[in-house]
Design a protein around this ligand. Structure first.
Ligand code: AMP
Length: 183
C-alpha cells in the first residue's frame, strides 16, 4: 500500500502516519524529520535547509524530489510507504507520479486531514518546535494555502482521496483513517 498523508501544518500528520505505518507495516517517510535531522547533524543539506525552515518557507523542489526519489527507491519501501510532508507543491506531486510509475508502484491513496486555522494555530503553539513561533506559523499556513492545497486538487483528478476530519482523540482519528482504507 502506498499512502500520502496531506493536511495543513499542525493537523496531526506526523502522529497519524507513525500509527498507520506501524499498523500496516509501511515505511514512514517524513520529509520534515529528514530535514530536521540534517540540520541537527550540520550536513550540507541541513545547512541549506535551516534558514528556509526557520522562516516557514519551503525547501526547493529539486532537493526534496531528490530525497524522496532515493528513499522510495530503497528496498524497504517496496512493501509500501506513507509519505508525511511530501508532496507540498504541484511540481513535487507531478514528479512523484513519474517516479512511482518508473518504479512500478501503483494504487496510491491520499489521506487528507482537514482542520480549521484556529485549532491549527493552538496546536502548533503548544508544540514548541523552533518553527512554531507565531510569525512563522502564520507564514506556514499561508504557504500551505498557496502551494500545498492545490496538491489535493491534483490527486482528486485520478487518485483515491479520503478527507478525514481532524478533530477528536488520536485514536478516533486513527480509526477514521483505517476505516476508509478498509483496515
Ligand atoms: P513538517 O515537519 O512536515 O511540518 O516540515 C517542516 C519544514 O520542513 C517545512 O515547514 C518546510 O520548511 C520543510 N519541508 C518539509 N517537507 C517539505 C517538502 N516536501 N517541500 C519543501 N519543504 C519541506
Amino acid at each position: 500500500m502506498y499512502l500520502i498523508i496531506l493536511g495543513p501544518p499542525g493537523a496531526g500528520k506526523g502522529t497519524q502516519s507513525v500509527l498507520v505505518a506501524e499498523k500496516l507495516g509501511l515505511k514512514h517517510l517524513s520529509t520534515g524529520e529528514i530535514l530536521r535531522k540534517a540540520v541537527t547533524e550540520g550536513t550540507e543539506l541541513g545547512l541549506k535547509a535551516k534558514e528556509v525552515m526557520d522562516a516557514g518557507n519551503l525547501v526547493s523542489d529539486d532537493i526534496m524530489i531528490g530525497i524522496i526519489k532515493e528513499a522510495i527507491s530503497a528496498e524497504d519501501a517496496r512493501k509500501g510507504f506513507i509519505l508525511d510532508g511530501f508532496p507540498r507543491t504541484l511540481q513535487q506531486a507531478v514528479q512523484l507520479d513519474k517516479i512511482m510509475e518508473s518504479l512500478g508502484y501503483d494504487g496510491l491513496k491520499v489521506i487528507n486531514i482537514t482542520l480549521d486555522d484556529n485549532e491549527l494555530i493552538r496546536r502548533m503553539l503548544g508544540r514548541g518546535r523552533k518553527d512554531d513561533s507565531e510569525e512563522t506559523i502564520k507564514n506556514r499556513l499561508k504557504v500551505y494555502c498557496e502551494q500545498t492545497a492545490p496538491v489535493r486538487e491534483h490527486y482528486k483528478q485520478n487518485t483515491a482521496v479520503f478527507d478525514i476530519y481532524g478533530i477528536g482523540t488520536v485514536n478516533e482519528i486513527n480509526s477514521r483513517i483505517l476505516e476508509v482504507l478498509g483496515k
